[in-house]
Design a binder for this molecule. Structure first.
Ligand SMILES: Nc1ncnc2c1ncn2[C@@H]1O[C@H](COP(=O)(O)OP(=O)(O)O)[C@@H](O)[C@H]1O
Ligand SMILES: N[C@@H](CCOP(=O)(O)O)C(=O)O
Length: 317
């Protein structure tokens, strides 16, 4: 049994993500430079002291139900470590329930924090981190870019093991994120998906997903066609009509707009400053809803962990 040194501290930073990117349902994801930062300290047994500033303050639970806390405990147990008491300070900027990967980021924060707490006794590999985070989140497309940064292709092997490949995004591609006030639970959005889809739609999405990799990596001029989708967005559109309406207007003007994750935010993959301004203008002109416009860079670092070795001392009893 791995014992965590009492007083050991870990600082974690995790990026927002936008999953699916149109055709790449449960597969493609992009890390965005909007971050949650969490400081964690191993405390005496029985202590659980959680505070939250920013997004989720006064809303998320401050007990074992806090998603970062539960993910730390689950990950420590998964790798044979005894969970110590915990002090946790979160400063959150990733919006919740908007399709920007907040739950994936909270889970990744917990997984990498647990890895940091154990680091002197058990080094976790990138594959182990991805597997632990994907199992907690239920799908790998958010947690892969959150862990590793950039554009990621995530898949699950025939043996059921999540894997991912990181790619660099062409410098000409810049994301614009349009965030409405309404929220959408990812669980609810997933319940709207049918069990099976027409063969022609599957072929449609295979072609667009393959094209999208080329568009994002080297040919931004193909983004509009490459972001077409017949696998998930229309099944969920009735649950987020304002999102569907604005995406329609953006795409009519040649902008590669898609539902971000399970929605209701919109991701616009722009290939020029003119496109970015046009996306912001169309969002501002929308009379049906109000949209916060964010233009984050693509994050290329993924989750970062800062372990304070000086604090390592006696093992918690
Ligand atoms: N940093 C966080 N701390 C605690 N709970 C969180 C955090 N981020 C997300 N959550 C939980 O996850 C929920 C949102 O998850 P989800 O429906 O998957 O939407 P999203 O698209 O934002 O990932 C929040 O309502 C909250 O319960
Ligand atoms: N592929 C998932 C992505 C969910 O992303 P989130 O940011 O909304 O949690 C889905 O579309 O269900």
């Amino acid at each position: 049994m791995i014992e965590i040194a009492r007083g050991r501290r870990v600082g974690v930073r995790v990026p927002a993500t936008s999953a699916n990117l149109g055709p790449g349902f449960d597969t493609l994801g992009l890390a965005l430079a909007v971050y949650d930062e969490i400081d964690i300290e191993a405390a005496p047994d029985g202590v659980l002291d959680v505070s939250v500033e920013g997004v989720g303050e006064g809303v998320v639970p401050l007990d074992e139900g806090h998603l970062v806390v539960s993910s730390i405990i689950a990950t420590l147990e998964r790798f044979g470590a005894r969970a110590p008491g915990l002090r946790l300070r979160a400063r959150n900027s990733i919006p919740h329930g908007r399709g920007l990967g907040s739950s994936g980021a909270a889970i990744v924060a917990g997984v990498v924090a647990a890895a940091g707490l154990m680091a002197d006794q058990r080094e976790l590999t990138p594959e182990e981190l991805l597997t632990a985070a994907s199992e907690l989140e239920g799908h790998p497309d958010n947690v892969a870019p959150c862990l590793f940064g950039g554009l990621t292709i995530a898949w699950v092997t025939l043996a059921g093991v999540p894997r991912s490949k990181q790619l660099l995004v062409d410098r000409g591609v810049s994301p614009v994120v349009l965030i409405p006030e309404e929220t959408m639970s990812t669980k609810l959005a997933r319940s709207l998906q049918p069990e099976s889809v027409p063969h022609a739609d599957a072929i449609f999405n295979v072609s667009r997903s393959a094209l999208l990799i080329a568009a994002l990596a080297q040919s931004p001029e193909l983004l509009l066609e490459a972001t077409e989708d017949r696998l998930h967005q229309h099944y969920r559109a009735a649950a987020m009509p304002q999102t569907a309406n604005l995406i329609g207007r953006l795409r009519d003007e040649g902008l590669a707009a898609v539902v971000s994750g399970a929605g209701p935010s919109i991701l616009v993959l722009c290939d020029s400053p003119v496109q970015r301004l046009r996306a912001a203008d169309l969002a501002a002109a929308d009379t049906g809803a109000s949209w916060e416009v964010v233009m984050p860079a693509v994050d290329v670092l993924g989750a970062t962990v800062d372990v304070s070795a000086a604090e390592m001392g006696s093992l918690s009893a």
